[in-house]
Design a protein. Structure first.
Length: 96
């Protein structure tokens, strides 16, 4: 999703950088693999080893960081699966 507010990119990058420094190895971060907000988070979250980009089958994020995983035949199914994964969700701006 595209950034609409001029301050949002810096906010996302700061949140990701702080979370990426947390030492709890059990903590993982999942994005929807989309450009914009989610890509900025993935690229700013440490070395990317705890980032998982969840995309529909046959798609890839192209981020160059994190691990792409596929679930769901399309965006609607992927969104349902995404909603089942997390304990805590952080949302910045809009979404698909």
């Amino acid at each position: 999703t595209a950034f609409r507010n001029g301050d949002s990119k810096a906010l996302v990058e700061a949140i990701a950088a702080k979370l990426g420094k947390l030492t709890d190895a059990k903590m993982k971060f999942v994005t929807g693999g989309m450009k914009g907000v989610q890509e900025a988070f993935a690229k700013s979250c440490g070395d990317g080893s705890r980032v998982w980009n969840l995309l529909p089958v046959g798609e890839s994020s192209g981020y160059g960081t994190g691990t792409d995983i596929n679930a769901g035949k399309d965006l609607d199914e992927r969104k349902i699966i995404f909603g089942l994964l997390g304990d805590i969700y952080i949302s910045v701006e809009g979404g698909p």
